[in-house]
Design a protein around this ligand. Structure first.
Ligand SMILES: [Fe+2]
Length: 108
C-alpha cells in the first residue's frame, strides 16, 4: 500500500499504478488464504464468517481496482483511504478474535 501511495503521490502513470494494484490484490489474496488455512486447521468456530469478510473485501478491491484501471472515475487516493479503513477494521475486529484460539490450539 505504501508503494502504491508513493506511486500516486509521484504522479506515476496508470500502467505502473495498475501493476502495483495487481500486486497488492495478489498479496492480499495469499495472505487471506493462509489465514483461512490456519483457521480451518485449528477448527476455529468463526472461520466461515471470517472467510466471508475476506471475500467481501477482495470483491470490493477487485471492483475498485477494475474501475481505476479502466479510468472509470474512481479516485485512487480515496480508494487507498477506504482500503486502509477496511484493513484496520478487519485487523482490529475479526483478526483479533482468532489469535487467542490459535495459541490455545498450539498453532503459531
Ligand atoms: Fe483476516
Amino acid at each position: 500500500m505504501n508503494e502504491l501511495r508513493l506511486a500516486v503521490v509521484r504522479g506515476s502513470g496508470r500502467e505502473q499504478v495498475s501493476e502495483l494494484l495487481d500486486r497488492l490484490i495478489e498479496f492480499t489474496r495469499r495472505h487471506f488464504a493462509s489465514e483461512e488455512r490456519l483457521m480451518e486447521q485449528s477448527g476455529f468456530p468463526g472461520a466461515a464468517e471470517h472467510r466471508a469478510q475476506h471475500q467481501s473485501l477482495l470483491a470490493q478491491m477487485l471492483y475498485s481496482a477494475h474501475r481505476i484501471q479502466y479510468g472509470e472515475g474512481v479516485e485512487i487516493s480515496s480508494f487507498l483511504c477506504s482500503l486502509r479503513d477496511w484493513f484496520t477494521d478487519h485487523i482490529e475486529g475479526l483478526d483479533r478474535q482468532y489469535g487467542p484460539w490459535l495459541n490455545q490450539h498450539g498453532i503459531s
